[in-house]
Design a protein around this ligand. Structure first.
Ligand SMILES: [Zn+2]
Length: 291
């Protein structure tokens, strides 16, 4: 009997074990299956991420490329604007130059004179208080403000600087020269004529004096007014046309010509004289003569 019970028990135990084994096996199988599935999902996700990452990188590359293109286009537009500005400036300069009287910076030598029909574009009376004697004096309208500044500054410095002569027409000069010829004979050619005359006909040149000096003589060089002119006239665009020792004309300490501030400054700085410069070099200053 006991044996029977034992057998039954054994077979129940066996069944339980069998059942447990079956459950275990099934669990393991399902675990393995789901592990494979999750690995696959993970793998898929990873490769998807990889694809997206590649897409992002290539999008970034594209953006970078587009930015470069944009920069390049911007530069091109800037360049075009620059060129346009340059062309516009050149056109403006050319227009300004075409309206600037070329004679204003011409050198008049013993063989090169200003045309007898030449008259300045516009003249203006010089303030009487700066004129020596009681005749009317005229100056080129564009030079007028430079001369005024110069005279006012000299006045402020308590100087007695006056204008003895300014614009002279060809007719006036012819009369003047004739008078000199009558008085001094052919020697008049050396001091009344030619270059100096052309410069006065331009309307940009003045002869200075003082109330005590009066007539134009080299004694003017001993005045403090002359000394002041030597130190300051260039600031207003005026230079001494015929300095001491020049080979072009007789020494005329009173005779000052307007050549523009830039050129006058350059001549002063280099201790050069207008007539020693090359005409081509002088012409570069024509554009800005009244600036
Ligand atoms: Zn003169």
């Amino acid at each position: 009997m006991i044996n029977k019970i034992q057998k039954i028990l054994m077979s129940v135990e066996g069944l339980i074990i069998l059942a447990l084994v079956a459950v275990l096996a099934s669990t393991t199988t399902s675990y393995t299956r789901s592990k494979i599935e999750s690995d696959k999902i993970k793998e898929n996700l990873e490769s998807e991420i990889e694809v997206k990452e590649k897409e992002i990188i290539s999008a970034k590359d594209e953006i970078e490329f587009l930015n470069e293109e944009l920069d390049f286009e911007k530069e091109r537009v800037d360049d075009l604007e620059d060129s346009f500005r340059k062309v516009t400036n050149t056109v403006d300069d050319l227009e300004k130059l075409s309206k600037t009287d070329k004679e204003l910076l011409q050198k008049y030598s013993k063989v090169s004179f200003l045309n007898e029909h030449y008259i300045p574009s516009d003249l203006r009376d010089i303030d009487d208080k700066y004129v020596y004697g009681d005749s009317d004096m005229e100056i080129h309208r564009s030079v007028d403000k430079f001369l005024d500044d110069l005279l006012e500054e000299a006045d402020d410095d308590d100087l007695d600087l006056l204008i003895k002569s300014a614009f002279r027409s060809f007719g006036t000069q012819a009369v003047l020269k004739n008078n000199y010829l009558v008085t001094y004979g052919s020697g008049a050619n050396t001091f009344s004529a030619d270059q100096g005359y052309s410069e006065h006909q331009l309307g940009t040149t003045v002869d200075f004096t003082t109330s005590t000096t009066g007539t134009l003589t080299t004694a003017f060089e001993n005045t403090e007014e002359f000394e002041w002119l030597q130190d300051n006239a260039y600031k207003y665009g005026f230079v001494l046309s015929y300095p001491k020792g020049n080979v072009y004309y007789q020494y005329e300490p009173w005779h000052w010509r307007f050549v523009g501030k830039d050129l006058a400054r350059k001549l002063h700085r280099n201790n050069d004289s207008f007539y020693d410069l090359d005409q081509r070099e002088i012409d570069e200053y024509l554009l800005e003569i009244f600036d």
